[in-house]
Design a protein around this ligand. Sequence first.
Ligand code: BDR
Ligand code: CA
Length: 308
Amino acid sequence: MTGPKIILDCDPGHDDAVAILLAARHCEILAITTVSGNAPLHMTTANALLMCQLAGLDVPVHSGADRPLLVPAAHAPRAHGHTGLDGPPRPEVHGTAASNDAVNCIIETVRAHDDVWLVPVGPLTNVALAIRQAPDIVERLAGISLMGGAVGPGNVTPTAEFNIWADPHAAQIVLACGAPLVRMAGLNLTHQLCVGPDVIAQLRDHGSTATTFVAGLFDFSLAGYRERAGLEAAPLHDPCAVLAVTHPDLFEFGARHVDVETSGELTRGMTVADERPGTEATPNCEVAYRIDAEAALELIVDAVRSYD
Ligand code: BDR
Ligand code: CA
């Protein structure tokens, strides 16, 4: 596959699973790296392997950090179930991880290829460890496009989004790393891209292994968002970080300085974006504010339907 070269760092996770399918259609995925997040590391790794198997992808999966840098590990069983991919019947996974050293994979892959995008859609532990261990990789990158944070309300706490809250110290390292470009798709953006019953029915009607599996994933997500938040359509977070690399024209970005609150009693994991008019803070991040949701959803559905 042609397209931007990426390393997809993920914690599948329903929306991570869709991000894998989308990325494989529009990017050259050099590696998938996994991290503890929505579920424990052994499950997120198995889930990444499962998605590769389901879609027939020949992409190495490297497992990485089994816990955050400093805070205790936390998972999201309410949103993703105990497997991380609860919902559809789960096929047996046959593949195995290429290594358990995602950090080294990130470092060596970035050193070996020009203009790689890092696309982290889980807690930022692996990426932060790679940057700390090999600061030389930062300037070699095309950029980092992450799903995390929010300019507005959080989801795990009133002010914090899960990926950033789960490893706030790692997130601050990544946001402050000085990469040529950092794009942030936070909840303020991802809640504009939602999947409702019509899209789920469309996928199920298509009837392929991939569309049926993804319809089952969406059913589970939607049921959860209905119960927890009264929503009639489920936000599709992680594919936004992929689209911000492959289809940036679908977005409106604003250059902002963003820091992560690592120690606040009420605000741990909050992404603090400086939106003051005339601020002298130097931007370190392109914050995504708007997405053409209709066009984005069409790309996602087309990608899932392409795995026949
Ligand atoms: C983020 O947290 C996870 O539950 C999702 O996979 C997404 O990456 C949304 O807050
Ligand atoms: Ca995720």
